[in-house]
Design a protein around this ligand. Structure first.
Ligand code: B3K
Ligand code: ZN
Length: 879
């Protein structure tokens, strides 16, 4: 087998030929679908005449091909593994092809496939080439007219992008619908769905008064699980009008829920296809977290209609152009309709855990990569979340009003075009007059910048000197780094007053908070007129995606935890304080020394538990300990056992010292109100369940009884899942096992609930869990062909059960490698994702490194898909 080749950004050229209008006809049958295409092709004006035509095609069997109605002879074209070549074509012509494809055999879930008896598509980034021969690249934008023909009983509903224009009966029990999409789009936004679906319908009147029909299509048993997605969609549509001035542009907007889906959802024009886990909710089956995630994903896909569809990417290197901007937009939406500080805390905790890990590992890459082997491997946290952080920095650098002008200019100037990240940033530079050339390095430089901060107070001069220095560590392929333009939002908190002090810098008065623009490797800022020693509050709201180091004492952190005016930094001070205690405990565990709990942490928690606060959502965050994965990212070398032991020790020490306070907290946040996914209720449930988790960590009798009662009450999935997880993760198998069994029997019919049942079991810290993982993999409801199940069982085990995945006998690694090898054949995209924990071997001790590398080598010896090949090569590059 020849090694897969890399594609480079520097080689970009417009296509030799483009398609302006695409006519498709699908004759659907599970194992032999016929796709007839008539493409209106013309030479690209920027490319020379006489070039051969080369269209992508993958696993297509060609039945017929004609140029301008003339069938081609065998020597007039060539088909190979990657597509179709016609050496000589006119400047402008019609290309007719007919191909046959096998959707039922498509386990990769790219292109046209069958999911639970339903036909559906996933074309981004390069799935369309599995449907027909096509210039399958985002800079070719065409209008589409699609006729779908299917069996009337098997596929009563036939959907595609745009508006339905014709439908009718056909002989042999078949029928058809023709759809027209007037907006030119790249092939990756094409979609088709056909099956036994039913819909929930609603309406939306746009800001200019147009009436839009909204439909959510699901399998009949899920009709009662669409309310929240529909409500979220309407809110997102209104928000995008009010916030960005963006209006919807078709007569209907459809969402379809499918069970087998590689990602969360897909923004196909007018026909979003969703993983059922990202759209279906019901109080009895979905947790608050799931409700909130559905809200965010529905909004994200809807927002793509402008940031992605109307204005799209020139090539896949620009992926963050649409994804970074759209994540920023969905984060802002969720912040606006829920608690803004909590949304930021959640996003940043996740970012500092998962994106920092990616940026520090062998698969680190810039937000705009300069080469890739398999673009599907680049739907990463760096492209999405770091991309969003960059847009957020722009928003802060420009201020909202100017940022909005830049966004308006971008949409107006590039509507209907496929553009680059420069085009976006240039709009921001143009409206603001700012020089963003240094800022552009954020897109080309991988790795997390580290800022070291030092403060010194000069009593005599009443000056505070803040020295900031930056450094970005080397990443694969990028040994040398240049300084970045980093916005550091900050304040100085008066030690006596506890308030933000007035800031004066270089004679200019800046109010009580400012944004420093760190551009050099090192810069010192001298604040004058500071009449008492301040405590600096730095990087407020996580104003840049960096590590910030400042030698805070525990007293200073306790002070900030109470006094910082910025909610995010108040939370962060608490996290830092707990981290200092955890560091000591991790060291104690490693050195076999007795662990002693830092009383300052207990005091801080006591204050949190006993001080009245209105913001329950922030309180819940403040009470939550950093996760093991987060702690690991803060350590030079990851000792999973020490981290686990230290964290359990902190939890149990807090629970023992503050048992009554936690009990009172639990009691105070119970409620008989009927369930609603409202921010206030969600916050109360969080506080209640966090308190219960502490109590359960010491298996307090009262706590156990409360957890058991909460499971039995079956009030809502948030409470049931939280309490059941605590019981299953405790030593009380006498209660947990019967509860698990009852839960499994009750919900056997609901795959989304059963996925939670899998996760609860495989994340238990007990040593025998690996047996349970293997047992569940053989469960009749488990299947490697369904990505949600793979994530719920294997993904959750590897990522959330760190002590057991990293067992010293290597059995956890072996299990994951076996799954990767099998998935490599079935679904390469998922295989290349699920392998991630093994690629992080550098962070562990030598023994584990050797075990992990051995498993990577074992995978490398297989015949690999480009997806897994690229991941393994990168992981082992420096081995
Ligand atoms: N744009 C899709 C990504 C699908 C890629 C699948 N390989 C989801 C999203 O970001 O909205
Ligand atoms: Zn997206």
């Amino acid at each position: 087998m020849s090694e897969p080749q890399a594609t480079h950004l520097k080689d970009y050229l417009p296509p030799a030929y483009r398609v302006t209008h695409t006519e498709l006809k699908f004759d659907l049958a599970p194992s032999a679908t016929t796709v007839t295409a008539r493409l209106h092709v013309e030479r690209h004006p920027e490319r020379e005449a006489g070039l051969p035509l080369r269209f992508a095609g993958d696993k297509l069997s060609l039945v017929r091909i004609a140029v301008d109605g003339q069938t081609l002879e065998a020597d007039e074209y060539e088909v190979d593994d990657e597509g179709l070549t016609i050496p000589s074509v006119p400047e402008r012509f019609l290309l007719d092809t007919e191909v046959s494809i096998d959707p039922a055999a498509n386990t990769a879930l790219e292109g046209l496939y069958v999911s639970s008896g339903m036909f559906c598509t996933q074309c981004e980034p390069q799935g369309f080439r599995r449907i027909t021969f096509y210039p399958d690249r985002p800079d070719v934008m065409a209008t589409f007219s699609t006729t779908v023909v299917g069996d009337k009983t098997e596929a009563p509903v036939l959907l595609s992008n745009g508006n339905p224009v014709e439908s009718g009966e056909l002989p042999g029990g078949r029928h058809f619908v023709t759809w027209e999409d007037p907006h030119p789009k790249p092939s990756y936004l094409f979609a088709l769905v056909a099956g036994k679906l039913e819909k929930v319908e609603d309406r939306f009147t746009t800001m200019s008064g147009r009436d839009v029909t909204l439909q959510i299509w699901v399998e009949p048993e899920n009709l009662d699980k669409t309310d929240h997605a529909m409500a979220s969609l309407k809110r997102a549509m209104r928000w995008d009008e009010e916030t960005y001035g963006r209006e919807y542009d078709l007569d209907r907007f459809m969402i379809v829920a499918v069970n087998d889906f590689n990602m969360g959802a897909m923004e196909n024009k007018g026909l979003n296809i969703f993983n059922s886990a990202a759209v279906l909710t019901h109080p009895q089956t979905a947790t608050d977290a799931a409700f909130q995630s559905v809200e965010g994903i529905v909004a994200h896909e809807y927002f793509h209609n402008w940031s992605g569809n109307r204005v799209t990417c020139r090539d896949w290197f620009q992926l963050s152009l649409k994804e970074g901007f759209t994540v920023f937009r969905d984060q802002s939406f969720s912040a606006d309709i829920n608690s803004a500080p909590v949304k930021r805390i959640e996003d940043v905790s996740f970012f500092r855990t998962a994106q920092f890990a990616e940026d520090a590992g062998p698969t680190a890459h810039p937000v705009r990569p300069d080469h890739y082997i398999e673009i599907s491997n680049f739907y990463t946290l760096t492209i999405y979340e770091k991309g969003a952080e960059i847009v957020r920095m722009l928003r802060h650098l420009l201020g909202w009003e100017t940022f909005r002008q830049g966004s308006d200019l971008y949409f107006a100037r590039f509507d209907g075009q496929a553009v680059t990240i420069e085009d976006f940033v240039d709009c921001m530079a143009e409206v603001s007059g700012l020089d963003l050339s240094q800022f552009m390095r954020w897109y080309s430089q991988a790795g997390t910048p580290e800022i070291d901060a030092h403060g010194e107070y000069d009593y005599a001069k009443c000056e505070y000197h803040l020295r900031l220095s930056q450094r970005t560590p080397p990443t694969p392929g990028q040994a040398e780094k240049q300084p970045l333009h980093i916005p550091v939002r900050m304040g100085l908190v008066g030690t006596k007053s506890g308030n933000d002090m007035a800031l004066t810098l270089d004679g200019e008065s800046l109010g009580h908070e400012t944004v420093l623009h760190l551009r050099d490797t090192e810069q010192t800022y001298v604040f004058t007129g500071i009449d008492e020693a301040p405590t600096p509050s730095l990087l407020r709201g996580f104003s840049a995606p960096v590590y910030l180091r400042y030698p805070y004492s525990r007293e200073e952190l306790s002070f900030l935890l109470t006094h910082d005016a910025d909610d995010f930094n108040r939370w962060d001070a608490g996290q830092r304080l707990t981290m200092l205690a955890l560091d000591d405990l991790i060291a104690a565990h490693r050195n076999g020394v007795e662990k002693v709990m830092d009383s300052r942490v207990i005091d801080a928690y006591r204050r949190l538990l006993t001080t009245e606060t209105d913001d329950k959502a922030v309180l819940a965050e403040m009470l939550t300990l950093p996760s093991e994965a987060y702690i690991a990212e803060q350590q030079p070398m990851v000792d999973v056992d020490a981290i686990h032991a230290a964290r359990v020790f902190v939890k149990q020490s807090l629970a023992t010292a503050l048992r009554d306070e936690f009990l009172a907290m639990h009691e105070a946040h119970r409620s008989d109100e009927p369930y609603a996914p409202e921010p206030d209720q969600i916050a109360r449930r969080r506080v209640k369940n966090v308190a219960l988790e502490y109590l359960m960590s010491i298996e307090d009798e009262e706590g156990v009884a409360l957890a058991e009662a909460q499971v039995d009450a079956e009030d809502n999935m948030t409470d049931v899942r939280a309490a059941l997880t605590m019981l299953v993760h405790s030593s009380r198998s006498d209660i947990a096992e019967p509860a698990l069994k009852a839960f499994g029997e009750k919900w056997a019919h609901d795959p989304l609930v059963m996925n939670q049942w899998f996760t609860i079991q495989v994340t238990r810290p007990q040593e025998d869990v690996l047996e349970r993982v293997k047992y569940l993999m053989a469960h009749p409801l488990f299947s490697l062909k369904n990505p949600n199940k793979v994530r719920a069982l294997i993904g959750a085990f590897a990522a959330q059960n760190r002590v057991n995945f990293h067992r010293l006998d290597g059995e956890g690694y072996r299990l994951l490698a076996d799954v990767v090898i099998e998935l490599n054949r079935l679904n390469p995209e998922i295989a290349a994702r699920i392998i991630t924990p093994l690629t992080r071997w550098q962070r562990f001790d030598e023994q584990r490194q050797a075990l992990m590398k051995a498993e990577l080598e074992r995978i490398r010896a297989e015949e690999l898909s480009p997806n897994v090949f690229e991941m393994v090569e990168r992981a082992l590059a420096e081995a």
